[in-house]
Design a protein around this ligand. Structure first.
Ligand code: ADE
Length: 233
């Protein structure tokens, strides 16, 4: 079994590299991929750099070049739902691109012909996440995640995304990863820990909590890896 763990920023994968300890570094497509063996499985870890295009390149590379059969994403997100606090863990049930707009042709936001507004995450990986959370007494919030090439720091924009996509959290890579994985039939899972409220204080909150929230997300991903590997034995 070959499993990809992906983040968007160095801070999102550093706790994973620290945990697994020994890895090989392979440079490809102007990026670094960290490969290691863990309990009989192969793991490939990479951060894509921010945004949908970078995420697309990295997810595709992890699958097509490295042969990863599952992809887990770990990182941070802005909260849309007012109940979400910094450090909360959200998992995507489905994802949409909030900045994809050909409404001029009568289509809904997030839709292009032959595509769909939402990409569904893998149900089996969500089930594993829920059982890990239950066992460890961790609260996981299942929600729709909206993705776009914008750092959202405006309540009006956040409210529009909430209203248009019924999303509870937002970030800048998830839907791109989802599209790649669904196109290539690779089960994927998107986990995010909240770093900010996507409001006027978002950039300060993001800077303050990026590292701590990224660690919370990475720690949960490690527990999921253990569970996935146990199940394949
Ligand atoms: N990732 C974390 N916070 C974000 C925000 N406010 N906008 C977009 N992506 C984010």
């Amino acid at each position: 079994m070959k499993i990809a763990i992906m983040g968007a920023m160095p801070e999102e994968i550093e706790p994973l590299l620290e945990y697994f300890g020994k890895y090989k570094t392979i440079e490809y497509a102007k990026n670094k991929f960290y490969t290691l063996d863990y309990k009989g499985s192969e793991i490939v870890i990479a951060y894509s750099k921010i945004g949908k295009v970078n995420a697309t390149i990295t997810a595709t590379t992890l699958i097509e070049k490295f042969g990863c059969e599952k992809l887990l994403f770990s990182g941070v997100a802005g909260a849309i739902a007012s109940s979400l606090k910094v450090g909360d863990l959200v998992i995507a049930t489905k994802l949409s691109q909030h900045d994809l707009d050909i409404t001029a042709f009568g289509h809904p936001y997030g839709y292009v012909p032959e595509g769909s507004v939402y990409e569904e995450a893998d149900k089996e990986l969500i089930k594993i996440a829920k059982s890990v959370a239950l066992k460890e007494g961790i609260e996981l919030i299942e929600t729709i995640i909206a993705t776009g090439d914008q750092f959202i720091c405006e309540v009006e924009k956040k409210d529009w995304i909430q209203k248009t996509f019924d999303a509870g959290a937002l970030e800048m890579e998830g839907a791109a990863v989802a599209l790649v994985c669904n196109a290539l039939d690779v089960p994927f899972f998107i986990l995010r820990s909240i770093s900010d409220a996507a409001d006027m204080d978002a950039s300060f909150s993001f800077d303050e909590f990026l590292e701590s929230s990224a660690k919370i997300s990475a720690k949960f991903i490690i527990s999921m890896i253990e569970s996935i590997i146990d199940k394949t034995k």
